[in-house]
Design a protein around this ligand. Structure first.
Ligand SMILES: [Zn+2]
Ligand SMILES: [Zn+2]
Length: 206
């Protein structure tokens, strides 16, 4: 599996691209900013972007979404509880940070436990409400894309509209902590880590 991390935008947001190394079909997790950097990478590596999955719809994860979708015609996926955030500038914080943001009209809604294979890549949807109601982590073959739910040494903020501290803790403890210690975790901000390290060291979980 091809794996690449982009660090994009003024909120220093991680965005991950995975691709099948034989078919060159690619999947993107979030589209934070700088669409040209994402599109250049696809072109240089001869990759075809097929799907974009959102970990959640806060503005710092979707600023380049419309441009990336327009340029690639990739299918967009997000959790069903996140749909209201995508269109609502108060909920997705666009109102606070930018003038206006166009977002795609066409997308497919996900539920907890959905599995979406693409060639050699399997994506399993893990609904982890708390940071937002539709926050989602994706188990991709054997790694975890954790969005703004679980960070190295921290967890996502829950003081945004409709956030819930109890829910995020419950999501992490009852869903993410079921994964093996060796599972690599790739968060929406900051460094990568492992489930085992967070189980032992994350101050919100011990
Ligand atoms: Zn967020
Ligand atoms: Zn974020």
């Amino acid at each position: 599996m091809i794996f690449h991390r982009f660090i994009l935008g003024s909120f220093v947001t991680n965005c991950y691209l995975v691709a099948d190394k034989d078919t060159k079909n690619a999947i993107l997790f979030d589209a934070p900013a700088d669409a040209d950097k994402i599109l250049d990478y696809l072109k240089k590596n001869d990759l075809t972007l097929k799907k974009v999955f959102l970990t959640h719809s806060h503005f710092d994860h979707i600023l380049a979404l419309q441009e990336v979708i327009d340029a690639t015609k990739a299918e967009l996926f997000l959790h069903k509880d996140e749909e209201k955030y995508l269109k609502n500038p108060e909920l997705n914080l666009v109102a606070e940070h930018c003038d206006k943001l166009n977002t795609p009209e066409s997308y497919q809604l996900l539920s907890d436990g959905d599995e979406l294979p693409l060639d050699s890549i399997n994506i399993k949807v893990i609904h982890t409400p708390g940071h937002t109601q539709g926050s989602t982590c994706y188990f991709v073959n054997d790694i975890l894309i954790s969005g703004d739910t679980l960070f190295a040494g921290s967890i996502g903020r829950t003081d945004f509209p409709l956030g819930s501290f109890d829910n995020i803790i419950n999501s992490i403890k009852t869903k993410l902590m079921l994964l093996d210690d060796e599972t690599k975790v790739y968060p929406g901000h900051g460094f990568s880590t492992t489930i085992g390290k967070q189980r032992k060291e994350n101050p919100f979980l011990i």
